[in-house]
Ligand binder design. Sequence first.
Ligand SMILES: [Zn+2]
Length: 240
Amino acid sequence: MADSDNDYLVQSPDPQHPANLIPELCAKFWHLGWVTGTGGGTSIRDDDLVYLAPSGVSKELVKPADIFVLELSKQVNQKERIYLRKPPVLKPSQCTPLFIAAFTKRNAGCCIHTHSQWAVLITLLLERQRANTKVFEINNIEQIKGFARGFGKEGNLGYHDTLRIPVIENTPFEEDLTDSLEKAMEEFPDTCAVLVRRHGIYVWGDTVHKAKTQCESLDYLFQLAVEMHKLSLPWLSNII
Ligand SMILES: [Zn+2]
């Protein structure tokens, strides 16, 4: 069985290897409260190989041996996912089709899914404040400079630019979010993230570093925006 399990794909002394990075990132995100109670996840793409954290495992306890691996170019049927490596006792993540959308539609190198309370609160505020508002917008905050300008574009956003993150409605089963996530990517081609109402957020980037820093910057902005709202301060302002 050992050979057919392709264990070599997740065994490397290199700390930057995806099979080593995913457990480290999951543990970090667990400590931030982003992936509590087995929710959320992280996936890394290395060329055609996609590495995925499993479902149903406490994210601070994920090990390299728990990582699923698949070939992106071989995934022709979404209902019949073909894995190059599959741990025998674990289930693949329900986030898998959403991570794959970030890799195929946006050429991302890493995608992170969190159940951050700040992200959920933003979707609740948008739901209550402005009915049918499907986008979070903020400008004139220094942290906005941490975001890539957009898909296929060079450089980062500037201080005065408006950061826009679309919101999609939640579904009882995570994989059923895929169509609306892909639609939001088409409507907002420059976004690096999609908020899911009453659920959390998906954030991606060209590299692990970019996905992680954008995820951190978004969480900072969401927390700030919740506090701004409490003080009746607007998220958009006309400072020039
Ligand atoms: Zn989720």
